[in-house]
Design a protein around this ligand. Structure first.
Ligand SMILES: [Zn+2]
Length: 202
């Protein structure tokens, strides 16, 4: 269960030089400007709008923003326009943005590493290869020629990347024992087209 909702934090308070509409006392009305924010599990996530209220210290009359008259509204707008939204109300968004940034850095690092291994194949490399939509197979490099890569293919095909990765860690019993060959350029081609999904090198 995800617990979420909105909360408010006080940004500014100002004592107003006005007469209370209820008890008619002067200088007893205080205006409070608040920042509303969305929280998930009480962690501030992102700011919502500002809101405000007044309270009379004499008769305790509380007026909410929607009950403000024209002059209270003007006072409120003045104070609210100068009150800055605290950065911490963005905490959740900042964390999410950081995670996305980190994720894309890691994925481009992975891609660079994959490219490096695809350009310089080694005997013993295990390739996770997509041969069609939702169809994956494993190649194991047995040895290398001048321009050729000799490999064996797995007996079983997989329907998703998770299974493919698990298969890549299995032993020689998953391969059919028949040697096939491809040109090194074909491997690069496979990589460029995104069909060479993963490489395992010991
Ligand atoms: Zn009052």
């Amino acid at each position: 269960m995800i617990i979420y909702g909105s909360k408010a934090t006080t940004l500014e308070t100002e004592n107003l030089t006005m007469k209370c509409s209820s008890c008619e006392q002067m200088h007893t009305t205080q205006l409070v400007v608040m920042q509303r924010y969305a929280h998930i599990f009480w962690i501030p996530f992102f700011p919502l709008g500002k809101t405000g209220a007044t309270q009379c210290s004499h008769c305790k009359l509380v007026l909410k923003k929607k009950e403000f008259n024209a002059s209270l509204k003007e006072n409120y707008e003045n104070v609210a326009s100068q009150a800055k939204t605290p950065i911490w109300t963005f905490s959740g968004l900042i964390v999410v943005a950081a995670l996305i940034g980190w994720g894309s850095i890691t994925s481009s690092q992975n891609k660079a590493k994959l490219k490096e291994m695809a350009t310089a194949p080694k005997s013993g490399d295990i390739y996770g290869v997509m041969i069609a939509n939702k169809q994956y197979t494993i190649y194991k490099v047995t040895h290398l020629g001048n321009d050729s890569i000799y490999y064996q293919e797995s007996i079983v095909e997989c329907t998703n990347i998770g299974d493919m990765k698990r298969m890549m860690h299995k032993g020689d019993e998953i391969y059919d024992g028949t040697e096939q060959a491809m040109h090194k350029d074909d491997l690069n081609e496979m990589f460029e087209q995104g069909d060479l999904v993963d490489i395992e090198r010991k």
